[in-house]
Design a protein around this ligand. Structure first.
Ligand code: NAP
Length: 280
């Protein structure tokens, strides 16, 4: 067991859960925190900050409202408190700087820079779309319905595995040489939503298709399902980024950090299907 204790925020989420698990696999002590975790941590409730930071040497930060001025302020204040409390290393999961509507890149950049400014050995991760959006989040129901209806056209994206994002985070939190670095994390292959859905259909043996919608039709359908307008507008912006090809590039950063290629979507789809990710 090492003498490090690492605070993992967003510990019930897609990356935080995996960061906590991978750290524990390396015999590193983990303080898993979120609003619903045993260690309660809420960005909006500053009284939860000090207990989360006590005796911590490193931290993994997930800020669900990154891109807002509030998140930038919270991260800057939390980074100062962490540095004062003796935290040395920090990893922040951020976004690619593509300029998606609804995301203020000035606030994103301010949040990214705040960690280093506070004196922490900071690493910023900018992952592309997670594989696990299809199996653990907002695309799961669409996959299960058999028709994934999105305004992403035939644009290509470099989807990435949350396990690989977590592995990069764990490396940056436990090894030297990553302070001041930012990593653009992509998978190994550019894929359209049609490609991804075809892989899942093949893995599950079910008839699942992708239907490219206009943004207007998508918005109408989402509203009819009672989806909040803020989420409709945010996702329209994200899908527009994919459709326009602004995310149409691969990076070598997963391999640069881990010394092995990123996991392919086909492998993820096969494993997730075998684990029942899309069964009722
Ligand atoms: N999904 C993608 O494709 C993608 C791509 C690029 C970047 N990102 C960004 O990557 C980051 C990590 O996402 P993820 O997928 O690992 O997270 P996630 O699965 O969306 O889960 C969010 C986590 O944050 C916690 N949380 C929510 N509100 C909170 C609050 N006010 N205070 C403290 N904790 C709070 C949640 O737990 P509780 O509910 O228990 O608090 C949960 O553990 C996010 O900032 C996301 O926007 C995502």
């Amino acid at each position: 067991m090492s003498d490090e204790t690492i605070l993992v925020t967003g510990a019930t989420g897609k990356t935080g859960r995996r960061v906590a698990q991978q750290l524990q696999d390396k015999a590193v002590l983990v303080r898993a925190a979120s609003r619903s975790s045993q260690v309660r941590f809420d960005w909006a409730d500053h009284a939860t900050w000090a207990p989360a930071l006590r005796d911590v040497t490193g931290m993994y930060l997930v800020a669900p409202d990154l891109g807002s001025s509030q998140a930038a302020e919270n991260i800057a204040a939390f980074a100062r408190r962490a540095a004062e409390a003796g935290v040395r290393r920090a990893v922040l999961v951020s976004f690619p700087h593509t300029g998606a509507p609804g995301l203020d890149l000035g606030h994103v950049a301010a949040a990214e820079q705040a960690l280093g400014t506070a004196g922490l050995a900071a690493t910023v991760l900018r992952p592309r779309w997670f594989f696990q959006n299809f199996s653990e989040d907002f695309l799961r129901d669409a996959v299960r319905s058999g028709d994934v209806r999105l305004p992403a056209g035939q644009g290509k994206e470099a989807f990435v595995d949350a396990e690989d994002i977590a592995a990069v985070a764990v490396t940056a939190l436990t090894e030297d040489g990553h302070a001041g670095q930012s990593y653009e994390l992509s998978g190994p292959r550019l894929m359209s939503f049609a490609d991804a859905v075809a892989d899942i259909a093949h893995a599950t043996g079910h008839d699942i298709r992708y239907t490219a919608l206009s943004a207007e039709t998508y918005a109408t359908e989402q509203r009819a399902h009672g989806v909040p307008e803020e989420w409709v507008q945010l996702t329209i912006g994200l899908y527009a980024d994919v459709r326009s090809g602004s995310l149409n590039t691969l990076t070598g950063d997963v391999e640069k950090v881990l010394g092995r290629p990123p996991r392919d979507f086909t492998d993820y789809a096969r494993t997730a299907a075998a684990q029942g990710a899309w069964t009722a």
